[in-house]
Design a binder for this molecule. Structure first.
Ligand code: TEU
Length: 584
């Protein structure tokens, strides 16, 4: 705690960078709005909706990858950092989007995907062409090993994120190459300075020169590997490949690399906003090493814990749904709300993105009678949280997971399908639900696909997303859940989000900069917390159940008045199902 910080002071507002008080809206280009009827969202479509985003109260648009790509991982496999996927448009379209945002006093950040490129990138095509190609060392190539029977084996026993080994054999040069994700996503060798310089030029400076205001940095703590690639201990006895995230998360040179990228690529352009996607870093003091202003690495990070609620405890169990209690969410939220207090760091507030199921389905209830009220309750939690707020397309209208009865054929995501197909191959030891059935159950709640259904604009065919055949099926309930139906309805989820986003700015000292403290830690039904700064206080009260609950903190409301709630009428001592209230 710095000597100047009082008990309540969270973060000195002196370093009030523009991005601290911003509300950021994540656009997933494939599913946002299709302007030319080809069934794919596109950048001219985003330009057409910038006024809608401004009316919501959005300050910054985060555009997920729109670069040229074979689309194995929906654009997180970049084949040309300096070009745009033709289905999404052109480089000029991105420049038009920058201008459309800047004209309205808004900003635009892109997605920086530089842990790996696509295997179709010219760099990899050269690297794989021969062992003595001057780009050979731009990726990780290693010779095979052989087991006692003389069978060729990969250099190490690592499991990748999409199931399967992190190594793929290349027949031409008779070596394996490393890919933490799909085999079409070879890892770039950041240990090679020439590679880093090429990344800074092609993926960063090229877009900052076009007026882009920053980046969401993909897999930000995975660039420094333990390059001897030792085998890891066996934790999954049923498999040769083993989770090995410690071999690439927070590696030996990661801070050197991120500091260099800050000094060489970001800092020359002024106050560039960067938000890193930080995985597997449970200790807050290690996170501060990335986001402390004095570290000069990143503005802030997403800590993925909240996205992993309900997932299994290990990489291979990720899509085995695991029941959770509210205390788990409280401990996660409290940890990543409080870790910056008394420091020069900054934090983020989010509960949805393109990699996770919908928050109403996961943390509220998508039952017809509770869908809207729980969406508003979650909105109250988000807008009162400290840090930069991120909302994901469709969250503002209460979009929900795909219907449980959709078959696996409607799921498109490489990660979930990887787990499903791996389960199909695993021999079952009979009795009880098979791994495949368990994985399917998990995907119905947790799959990344749920956030990638077409944005629901109106009740015309395909939810007004496209006049063509959408690349992914629109939700069956788009007639009930859509922007047009909510825009002029004062009691809608969308109207509620607009109102509470305004309140967040009006009470920024408390909601954006306040200290966070949980009041009812052991209560598994309600989540009550206080935001405080100097003598100011706000009390946030959330019922996470579909039943009425006693409000146990009534004495804490003494001297306070109800600022906002998601029910028009409420009685002090009882919280209605999914009732949320903010007292000031
Ligand atoms: O995700 C990083 C990642 O490892 C994800 O699997 C994440 O940990 C998990 O799915 C959800 O919490 C980033 C991108 O967000 C993701 O879309 C890409 O597939 C991945 O990197 C590879 O670029």
């Amino acid at each position: 705690m710095s000597p100047h910080a009082t008990q309540d002071t969270a973060v000195p507002t002196g370093t009030n960078n523009w991005w601290k008080e911003a509300t950021v809206y994540q656009v997933y280009p494939a599913s946002f709005y299709d302007s030319n009827g080809d069934g794919w969202g596109d950048i001219p479509g985003v330009v057409k909706k910038v006024d809608y985003l401004q009316s919501l109260g959005v300050d910054v648009v985060w555009l997920s990858p729109m670069y040229d790509s074979p689309m194995h991982d929906m654009g997180y496999d970049v084949s040309d950092y300096e070009n745009v996927l033709p289905a999404y448009g052109t480089v000029q379209d991105v420049e038009s989007l920058v201008e459309a945002c800047h004209l309205r006093g808004m900003k635009l950040i892109l997605d920086l995907v530089v842990n790996h490129s696509s295997d179709q990138h010219a760099w990899f095509q050269e690297s794989r062409s021969s062992k003595d190609n001057d780009k050979r060392d731009w990726y990780f190539w290693r010779p095979p090993r052989y087991d006692e029977a003389g069978n060729r084996m990969p250099p190490s026993n690592y499991r990748g994120y999409f199931a399967g080994s992190t190594w793929t054999w290349d027949e031409k040069t008779e070596e394996y190459y490393l890919h933490l994700y799909a085999k079409e996503q070879p890892d770039l060798n950041w240990d090679n300075k020439t590679t880093r310089e090429a990344i800074y030029n092609s993926a960063v400076r090229f877009w900052l020169d076009k007026g882009v205001d920053g980046f969401r940095v993909d897999t930000v703590n995975k660039y420094s590997k333990h390059t001897s690639f030792p085998d890891v201990p066996i934790t999954d006895p049923k498999s040769y490949i083993q989770p090995a995230i410690g071999m690439w998360c927070n590696g030996p040179r990661i801070h050197e690399f991120l500091r260099e990228m800050y000094d060489e690529a970001f800092a020359p352009y002024g106050d560039v906003m960067t938000v890193g996607e930080l995985a597997n870093t449970p200790d807050p003091k290690n996170v501060l090493e990335y986001v402390g202003a004095s570290a000069k690495e990143l503005s802030m990070v997403f800590h993925l814990d909240i996205g992993h609620i309900g997932m299994g405890p290990s990489l291979e169990e990720k899509y085995i749904f695991t029941p959770w209690k509210l205390t788990k969410m409280k401990s996660i939220v409290e940890k990543w709300q409080s870790f910056i207090e008394g420091t020069d760091g900054w934090t983020t507030a989010f509960c949805e993105n393109h990699d996770n199921g919908r928050s109403v389905s996961r943390f509220g209830s998508d039952a017809p009678e509770f869908r809207e009220i729980s969406a508003k309750m979650l909105a109250l939690m988000m807008v009162t949280m400290t840090g930069t707020l991120f909302i994901y397309q469709g969250q503002e209208i209460g979009m929900i997971n795909a219907p449980r009865e959709w078959p696996i054929e409607e799921y498109k995501d490489i990660e979930g399908l990887g787990y499903y197909r791996e389960a199909e191959q695993r021999s079952e030891n009979g009795g009880g639900p098979t791994r495949k059935e368990n994985i399917m159950d998990g995907l119905r709640i947790l799959a990344r696909d749920h956030s990638r259904l077409p944005m629901q604009w109106d009740d015309s065919e395909h939810a007004g997303f496209t006049t063509g055949k959408p690349w992914m099926r629109a939700h069956d309930l788009y007639g009930e859940i859509n922007v047009k139906r909510q825009e002029n309805d004062a009691s809608s989820v969308l109207s509620f989000w607009k109102d509470v986003l305004r309140l967040r700015k009006e009470y920024r000292e408390l909601f954006i900069h306040g200290a966070f403290q949980v009041l009812d830690y052991e209560n598994q039904e309600t989540f009550c917390f206080v935001k405080s700064r100097d003598e100011k206080r706000a009390l946030v009260v959330l019922n996470f159940t579909d039943k009425s609950q006693p409000f146990t903190q009534t004495e804490k409301t003494a001297g306070m008045k109800l600022l906002v709630g998601n029910y028009s009428v409420s009685s002090l001592g009882t919280l209605k199902p999914f009732e949320g209230r903010v007292y000031m």
